[in-house]
Write a protein that binds this ligand. Structure first.
Ligand SMILES: [Zn+2]
Length: 638
């Protein structure tokens, strides 16, 4: 039952969130938060919280005699000045006042008056009031503030990342999802409050209205949010999203009545429900609140209409990737942001039937052009906090997800059947981690168990090691009898520390008669691979990765007059006989594969000439020759 075993002890480097010398992460604990039931009374004119509370339902997963949670009481530099009025402990019929202490105004430790046996639940109520402020969400390079925003006509929270603790006492880590959050927000007459989940009730009191919202699905702390809005300024636009038997309300809280957001939302709900499985919170709602930010919060994104369709789609997709399945650490943020970024491309592809290869190129270029982010692995952006909300996490993350999809096409016999399997896989992964959290290794294990294929090299080179292939390509051709032989030499010239990539690399060959062949050259993880191909027509150009599947940079592509080696090796079928001529009289090991990777023959021979009887069906075969000094790969046609 200890849920922290697969996580690093401390999620982040304490110097970087700018909570200097604060303890804000706990490597191990004996309890688990199950429910938050909070009440916030807004003093709209005084910009402060009148007596408010959070009632936490806590379960002891081991015998528990103290609990701790995050709460930033005072941060005068950023306008926070909260006071705890009291803390109560409730266990069965007992209500007691426990001893508690603060750790540097950022954590509260409560010593329970008894030891709670494992499996039992108890309540901790924290009563507080004062001013909740906001502070930079990370140390370098961002003006984005988390905490509570106080404007004349809107009061709202932003909590990614580690901002919930600025206004609500919670255990504020990604992986601690509570089952339920009840939010009661008290606002003056003429105001409205919206939060996660669905509206349970509203209660009119002499001095205001309490709006009671409930999120009944698991929710990670950063997704907890509310907004209080002056109705004289903010409109509520609404519609219904219909999907099968489901009719779900969608809302936009905005100050313009002409925004197309509702239409983008319902279209996006259709597309992503088809690809990823139905919108996970379909028994609640989806809304956007136009107070700015562009941040996904569960069932209730904060954004602005000036951001346009792309941001609507991005944030909506986070309901699956971020809300329902949450990255377990901020090092694994690409499992939120890479997935949401790739969802933008999927939306274009599936909603508009657009050929997105050009868009994909522009996403890839965002990453490739910024050399400062190339030396950090995709799953380690916290190596330097300024890398977190960058093209490394978003665009390389999207590229890696696309390359997974492309590998599915290869594994499952084409784009159509490959896509069918790929989206089934995404649903499998989503369902396995529903209302829970994931790290990169979970995705790797799941794709291996789904496909039955080894993905360790893929994850090692794309996720756990920095960089991308940088290619230097030479090719040549030579007429031999009635056939054109073509040799392609692909050298990987990237930084040594990035290693050499194993990639099925797509190329397009154009011929003098204007015909085209698309084929795939399997880069083997060597510094250099040479491929030999034969055609009846004369090849006139070679295009590397024409549809932009691989995140790589082609440094140079040179057509040479001739490739000497084509004279030295000759490999061809005549009937069922495969003839091999080598430049040396060395010993060679050979292995012959069908295009789907099955070994159809293997053995040894001594050069320079040899022939093998191969009773195989006509088609393309890959011949691998290994000598003491070289490894060559040839494609031959029977
Ligand atoms: Zn995002």
């Amino acid at each position: 039952m200890v849920i922290l075993t697969s996580l690093p002890l401390f999620e982040q480097n304490s110097s970087f969130v700018d909570y200097s010398s604060s303890i804000y992460d706990i490597p191990y604990k004996t309890f688990r938060m199950r429910k938050y039931d909070y009440y916030i009374w807004l003093d709209v004119n005084g910009d402060s919280l009148l007596p408010s509370y959070n009632r936490m339902t806590i379960e002891a997963v081991e015998p528990t005699d103290s609990v701790y949670f995050h709460f930033i009481l005072r941060d005068t530099a950023h306008g926070s000045d909260l006071s705890i009025d009291s803390i109560r402990f409730i266990h069965g019929a007992d209500t007691l006042i426990p001893y508690y202490r603060l750790i540097e105004d950022t954590m509260v430790v409560v010593h329970l008056p008894m030891t709670i046996p494992s499996g039992q639940r108890f309540l901790i109520e924290v009563y507080y009031h004062g001013r909740a402020g906001k502070r930079p969400s990370f140390a370098w390079g961002s003006s984005f503030m988390v905490g509570m925003y106080w404007f004349d006509s809107a009061i709202f929270t932003h909590s990614e990342y580690y901002g919930t603790r600025m206004w609500l006492p919670v255990f504020d880590n990604l992986y601690e999802k509570v089952d339920t959050v009840d939010a009661r927000i008290r606002v003056p007459y003429g105001w409205y409050a919206v939060s996660n989940g669905h509206l349970v009730d509203s209660l009119a009191l002499p001095d205001g209205i309490v709006y009671w919202w409930r999120e009944s699905h698991g929710i990670t702390p950063y997704m907890i949010v509310f907004a209080a809005l002056d109705r004289s300024r903010y409109l509520i636009l609404d519609s219904t999203w219909t999907y099968g038997d489901v009719n779900m309300p969608v809302f936009v809280y905005t100050d313009s009545d002409t925004v197309p957001t509702l239409r983008y939302m319902t279209q996006g709900l259709d597309v992503f429900s088809t690809l990823y499985g139905i919108y996970p919170f379909y028994d609640e709602k989806y809304s956007e609140v136009h107070v700015g930010g562009g941040v996904e919060y569960q069932t209730n994104t904060f954004s602005h209409y000036i951001f346009g369709q792309r941001v609507v789609i991005h944030e909506l997709s986070h309901q699956w990737w971020g809300g329902y399945v949450t990255c377990g650490t901020y090092n694994d943020l690409w499992l939120n942001e890479g997935f949401a970024t790739y969802s933008e491309l999927l939306y274009m592809e599936f909603a508009d039937s657009t050929d997105v290869s050009g868009y994909r190129r522009s996403y890839y270029r965002q990453y490739l052009l910024r050399t400062g982010i190339h030396n950090v692995p995709l799953n380690s952006p916290q190596y330097d906090g300024s890398l977190m909300w960058t093209y490394l996490v978003y665009d390389k993350g999207a590229a890696v997800l696309h390359m997974m999809r492309y590998r599915f096409w290869r594994l499952y016999g084409g784009q159509y059947s490959g896509d069918s399997a790929f989206f089934q896989f995404l649903q499998y992964y989503k369902n396995r981690h529903a209302r829970s959290y994931v790290i990169s290794q979970d995705l790797e294990q799941d794709v291996e168990s789904f496909t039955g294929v080894d993905w360790s090299q893929f994850f090692e080179q794309w996720v756990y090691t920095p960089g991308h292939p940088v290619l230097d390509v030479r090719w040549g051709k030579e007429l031999s009898g009635s056939l054109w032989n073509m040799a392609v030499v692909i050298n990987q010239i990237q930084d040594d520390s990035w290693g050499f990539f194993t990639v099925d690399y797509p190329v397009r060959i154009r011929f003098s008669d204007s015909s085209i062949v698309d084929t795939v050259l399997p880069l083997t993880g060597a510094s250099s691979d040479t491929f030999y191909l034969s055609f009846v027509s004369e090849p006139v150009s070679l295009i590397m990765d024409p549809d932009e599947h691989i995140l790589d940079k082609v440094n140079s592509l040179v057509a040479e007059d001739e490739i000497n080696e084509t004279r030295l090796y000759r490999i061809f079928f005549r009937g069922d006989n495969l003839f091999i001529r080598t430049p040396e009289d060395d010993m060679y090991r050979y292995r012959i594969y069908s295009v789907n990777g099955r070994v159809v023959s293997e053995g040894k021979f001594r050069g320079p000439e040899y022939s093998i009887v191969l009773d195989v069906s006509p088609g393309i075969y890959i011949v691998e020759l290994l000598s003491r000094t070289s490894r060559k790969v040839f494609k031959v046609i029977k």
